[in-house]
Design a protein around this ligand. Structure first.
Ligand SMILES: [Zn+2]
Length: 143
């Protein structure tokens, strides 16, 4: 295989992985929304549709598609309410999660340390496939 052919092949694999990651993001969000029944897990607002990563997906990808890493929020709790929003409320958001969702908070504290110790994660295509199957089985439970 020539260098150019190898480069093209590597690019196809990368594009394939990108497509899988986008699909996994959508499946993950869908699973989080279905499990919460469309109700904001922080304030109880119905018709909520903002799946939030407790451990942000940019923090090494280890928990990017882990179901337990998701919290369904309304737009206010996710972004717009400047005193409590996940993206804008800072410590107040963390306090609220601790107060209202102690199980979620306990999971987060353990996962946060785990993520910090193990560092970033690059998934193999096989692992991405396993994640897809797991998310689809969660979705099937709720649909
Ligand atoms: Zn809310």
């Amino acid at each position: 295989m020539t260098v150019a052919e190898e480069r093209r092949k590597r690019r196809r694999v990368l594009i394939g992985a990108q497509g899988k990651k986008g699909k996994l993001d959508r499946l993950w969000g869908h699973a989080v929304m279905l499990a919460a029944g469309g109700i904001c897990q922080l304030c109880g607002k119905p018709n909520s549709s903002d799946p939030h990563h407790l451990i942000h997906k940019s923090a090494g990808h280890r928990f990017r598609w882990v179901f337990d890493n998701g919290l369904l929020l309304c737009a206010g709790c996710h972004r717009f309410n400047t005193t409590v929003a996940a993206h804008g409320g800072g410590l107040r958001f963390t306090d609220l999660v601790r107060e209202k969702l102690p199980g979620v908070s306990a999971w987060y504290e353990i996962a946060f340390l785990h993520n910090k110790q193990l560092g970033s994660k690059t998934h193999t295509l096989e692992e991405l496939e396993e994640i897809r199957e797991e998310l689809e089985s969660i979705i099937a439970e709720y649909e």
